[in-house]
Design a protein around this ligand. Structure first.
Ligand code: AGP
Length: 618
């Protein structure tokens, strides 16, 4: 939540900062602001609303922005104080010396605010951030104007989660950042340095980056970077190279990032499988730093995740239990540590997160590690906090996901979790090599099958436009179709802002069927008629039950499954595949459905209201 950019170098800082904010706007779009440092002065501009409002204000500013080569910028997802101009970042200290931007929550801000009031400093905003600007400015003269030292002194006094980035009018050759429990990465260019919430902000200028650790302060200049802990001791950092380029974070000819990301799913699935399957069918998971001996000792798996990633975990539960016979629990990360879960050293916790920064998931994994569990992260973002704090990581290679609604992350999270399940089955001897090979073959066929679905979604768009005025849509499924139903409903809620709910189809008769009224759209995920045909037959009965009560059914069923045709008002076909693979194809039409409905309603699909891509507060 909140996007942060800092720059010091040889280019016009305003242009670099605004282009960085454009790439980070998906992290929050309640307001945006910039501060430039030049010749002992700060120039700031900030506006409520989307970045476009700030850009318009900058274009009309009097005096116009100075030709500074040092600056900071922020896009906000509001926590303390409404989304107003006044609460927008940067916040400037009362002496005009320091401008600061912040992501996170300073929990002891009320007490710090009182302390500042006693010093006669009146706060102009309702934010927790503003206290940090005044505190850093008060510290500066006490540490000979050393901005990094002033930041360290202030950070030692702050509770909560924060990334802070500051500039000082009198030292326009330096930008200082600090992080605790919120993301901040460094970009290292030729004669220029960057700070940002994620690498997308500076990818057009450099792919050389540095991960910062917990409780570190970084001072960036044109010529280099210095990192210490909050006490000023030199800190070890991890450099890395970003393996995608700026074009991956552009719309690439699509009207929406979401449409582009839906279309990228075959490649994302193929990339997540690539290089991990040996010719003889053995799995090689390079970043699996938990030894086979340790994995053989595991007697319980707990998946922790939020939102879409949680639904991927629910799908994975069916597969991993089936393949390994290890009990798997799937937990909402935000609930996990508050219910005294039974975790011990033989528990494997799998933390699934696209961003690698979701605070609820991070706190769950920290709790699990404190209890002695081993933690494996499934993550899409190299250099992010969740993989760094885990014992092992399996990266999904989906490339940057910019649209707030997750699409390719979901499919690749399922694939990665399946690889973990098969790897466990392999090292524990639950499955023979040729059985694992057969499932891997099925997985390797999925990119082509997802491609086939993409070729046939025009019909889904038409249905979505027809149903756009419906007050409510229900989704039902069984087995792995149940989490798919939940995911379909989540997409519709977040994009079309309408009531949507997913149910296990068998649960309908225990209450929710009372919701059905004449014309209500019900999306039904029908499992393959082959193999587990009991499952199929049961859901065919469920379609009849809702239709008998007036529902308008949209049935997602395998090519060639004619048994559902009499009960379908609309039918959406997906290619035949084994039950456990079906989520990889049946989710795609639901993504398209939500995207099209939101478009029909005139909503901003890539940046839905009240949301942000990376949720870095609890
Ligand atoms: C769904 O479309 C959302 N983007 C959201 O539910 C998301 O999956 C959740 O916030 C978890 O994010 P993460 O994967 O980055 O941890």
């Amino acid at each position: 939540m909140c996007g942060i950019v800092g720059y010091v170098g040889h280019r016009p800082a305003l242009d670099v900062v605004i282009s960085g904010l454009r790439r980070l706007e998906y992290r929050g779009y309640d307001s945006a602001g910039v501060a430039l440092a030049i010749d002992g002065e700060l120039w700031t501009e900030k506006r409520a609303g989307k970045l476009a409002n700030l850009e318009a204000a900058v274009a009309e500013a009097a005096p116009p922005p100075p030709p500074a080569t040092t600056g900071i910028g922020h896009t906000r997802w509001a926590t303390h104080g409404g989304p107003t101009d006044r609460n927008a970042h940067p916040h400037v200290s009362s002496d005009g010396a320091v401008a600061i931007i912040h992501n996170g929550i300073i929990e002891n801000f009320a007490e710090l605010r009182e302390e500042l009031a006693r010093e006669g400093i009146e706060l102009l905003s309702e934010t927790d951030t503003e206290v940090a600007a005044h505190l850093v400015a008060l510290e500066l003269p006490r540490c000979a104007g050393d901005l990094a030292e002033a930041m360290r002194r202030v950070c030692r006094r702050l509770n909560g989660a924060f990334t802070l980035v500051a500039v000082d009018a009198s030292r326009p050759d330096v930008v200082v950042g600090a992080r605790r429990n919120s993301p901040l990465v460094v970009g290292v260019g030729e004669g220029e340095s960057f700070l940002a919430s994620d690498v997308a902000a500076f990818i057009e200028f450099t792919r050389d980056a540095i991960e910062l650790g917990q409780d570190q302060v970084v001072e960036v200049r044109r010529e280099g970077v210095e990192v210490t802990d909050f006490d000023g001791n030199p800190a070890e950092v991890t450099p890395f190279t970003v393996d995608w380029d700026a074009s991956a974070a552009e719309k690439g000819g699509y009207d929406l990032f979401m449409l582009k990301e839906i279309a990228e799913q075959p490649k994302a699935v193929a990339d997540t499988l690539r290089g991990r399957i040996e010719r003889d069918g053995t799995l090689r998971l390079d970043d699996m730093r938990i030894t086979p001996a340790e994995l053989r000792e595991i007697d319980k798996i707990v998946v922790v995740a939020c939102g879409t990633a949680y639904h991927a975990g629910m799908v994975a539960k069916y597969a991993i239990e089936h393949w390994t016979r290890i009990p798997v629990e799937c937990e909402l990360a935000s609930e996990f540590r508050y219910r005294d879960p039974i975790i011990h050293p033989r528990t494997l916790v799998i933390a699934i997160s696209q961003s690698g920064e979701t605070m609820d998931t991070l706190m769950a994994l920290r709790y699990a590690r404190e209890q002695g569990a081993r933690v494996l992260a499934i993550c899409n973002t190299v250099g992010s906090t969740i993989p760094r704090e885990s014992d092992a990581v399996l990266y999904t290679y989906a490339g940057p996901e910019i649209a707030v609604a997750s699409t390719k992350a979901f499919l690749t999270q399922i694939v990665a979790a399946y690889l973990v399940g098969l790897y466990l089955a392999q090292v524990r001897g639950n499955k023979f090599g040729d059985e694992v090979r057969q499932i891997l073959d099925e997985l390797e066929e999925m990119p082509a099958k997802v491609d086939l679905v993409l070729d046939t979604v025009e019909g889904v768009r038409k249905i979505a436009r027809e149903l756009a005025d419906s007050p409510s849509v229900l989704f039902i499924g069984r087995h792995v179709g149940y989490p798919v139903a939940l995911e379909g409903a989540l997409k519709l809620k977040e994009l079309a802002y309408m009531h949507a709910e997913g149910f296990a189809a068998g649960e309908l008769k225990h209450g929710p069927i009372a919701l059905i009224e004449e014309g209500m759209p019900v999306v039904v995920i029908v499992p393959s008629p082959r193999g587990r045909s009991v499952l199929h037959d049961k859901i065919v009965s469920n379609v009849q039950e809702v239709r008998a009560r007036g529902a308008r059914t949209i049935v997602v069923a395998e090519e060639g499954d004619e048994s559902v045709v009499p009960y379908a008002d609309h039918i959406v076909r997906v290619p035949p595949c084994p039950t456990l693979m079906q989520p990889l194809v049946s989710t795609v039409p639901l993504q398209v459905f939500a995207c099209e409905m939101a478009t029909a309603k005139g909503h901003d699909v890539d940046q839905p209201r009240n949301l942000a891509k990376s949720v870095t507060v609890e």
